[in-house]
Design a protein around this ligand. Structure first.
Ligand SMILES: [Zn+2]
Length: 391
């Protein structure tokens, strides 16, 4: 495979940007970050002029249900393919296809479709439900919530495709489920839960490592009932998923969370549903009817039903809510979510030897180009697209 040289960009390296260097991609990997004078031209080199944009790792979204009319629960390979195309146009180069609480047959159909067509940018599945607390179910449909039975979930885990599972500790036999998930290589997140401080602390000690959409679908903090949030706060290896659309969590609470846990424990997610990228209207999410108005997806009862957020918007919102620079906010959409599912630094970094999943990101204009596995798969419309050249 020929090389791609990304020139005239500021390149993300660990905690800041390096200027005056060229990013060299070869055979799908990051090969080098060097001053242009140190790079001997080779026949077949492809040059991309970054025009001063930032070269950053592709976004990582561990919690995404659908977009542009496609839903993971469609259980359909073409649907996953359509979703994958949209994600690449949004700069998402790693995503977990996230299921909803549903019948065993429909969850198995989603797994089967994934096994058939679960290619990049998907890196596995996030099973959200059906083992959740009905009192904190949000838009997860109540009739399909149930207790975990190994005969049901072990075949899912044995596919090796499940990388994350959201469970509620107060569900009977949840501890067996936790151990089974971990032993099959899935990370475990606590969510849709009213777990006590004690129960949640115990689950984190046993290896649960995330909180699903922090503050949404969980009990609040009470000074005599500290609950899940405080248990997670006191468990240093726990990562907090957050939907930074300004609707699910008030920006003031977003700022509080950042102050409490810091950037390295915050993974921004979209929790996007299938209206994302389409606009307002009425949508069916499995058995659940959802109306999207002004970008807010709600059930007939008024509950929030996922978001219409993209990862690029998540990054921009977080910078605005918390007055952060790009360099400060970037780990929350790259390194932290990648680490939370065990794919860092191969994903979520531009270290030498990492996968060549690279975005050109302009501070005002947003996404300019997506490279995944060393291949340029998306370029924004306009003058920029003329800026690539083959040697
Ligand atoms: Zn949820």
């Amino acid at each position: 495979m020929n090389r791609i040289l990304i020139e005239n960009s500021r390149i993300w390296q660990q905690d800041g940007f390096v200027a005056g260097h060229t990013l060299v991609l070869r055979d799908g990997l990051i090969e080098a970050v060097r001053p242009p004078a140190d790079i001997a031209p080779q026949p077949g080199d492809r040059r991309i002029d970054g025009r001063g944009a930032c070269a950053i790792p592709g976004f990582v979204d561990v919690h995404l249900h659908g977009s542009v009319g496609f839903d993971v629960m469609d259980g359909s390979p073409p649907s996953l393919a359509g979703l994958a195309d949209f994600l690449l146009q949004q700069g998402v180069t790693s995503a977990l296809a996230t299921t909803m609480t549903d019948t065993p047959e429909r969850i198995e159909a989603a797994l089967a479709a994934y096994a058939d067509r679960g290619v990049a940018p998907f890196r596995g599945l996030h099973i959200e439900g059906p083992y959740l607390n009905a009192a904190f179910r949000g838009s997860q449909p109540a009739p399909h919530l149930r207790q975990p039975r190994p005969a049901e979930y072990l075949p899912w885990l044995k596919t090796g495709l499940v990388k994350l599972m959201t469970i509620a500790p107060e569900i009977p036999a949840g501890e067996r489920l936790l151990r089974d998930a971990l032993s099959h290589g899935a990370a475990v997140s606590i969510g849709h839960s009213g777990a006590s401080y004690e129960a949640a602390t115990r689950y984190f000690a046993l290896g649960a490592s995330q909180v699903t959409h922090t503050f949404n679908g969980m009990a609040g903090i009470h000074h005599r009932e500290p609950g899940l949030f405080i248990a997670a706060l006191e468990s240093p290896n726990v990562t907090f998923q957050l939907i930074p659309d300004g609707i699910h969590v008030h920006p003031a609470v977003v700022r509080m969370l950042l102050r409490l846990v810091g950037i390295e424990r915050l993974a921004l997610i979209t929790d996007a549903m299938k209206a994302t990228g389409l606009g307002d209207g009425d949508y069916a999410l499995g058995d659940v009817f959802v109306r999207v108005k002004d970008g807010q997806a709600r059930t007939p009862e008024g509950g929030l039903a996922g978001s219409t957020l993209t990862m690029g918007q998540a990054l921009k919102h977080m910078m605005r809510f918390c007055d952060l620079t790009l360099a400060e906010a970037l780990p929350m959409v790259t390194r932290v979510p990648a680490r939370s599912i065990g794919i860092y630094p191969q994903k979520g970094s531009l270290e030498i030897g990492a996968d060549a999943d690279v975005l050109l990101w302009h501070e005002e204009e947003g996404l300019q180009a997506t490279v995944i596995g060393g291949e340029l798969v998306y370029q924004a419309e306009g003058a920029w697209s003329a800026a690539t050249a083959d040697a």
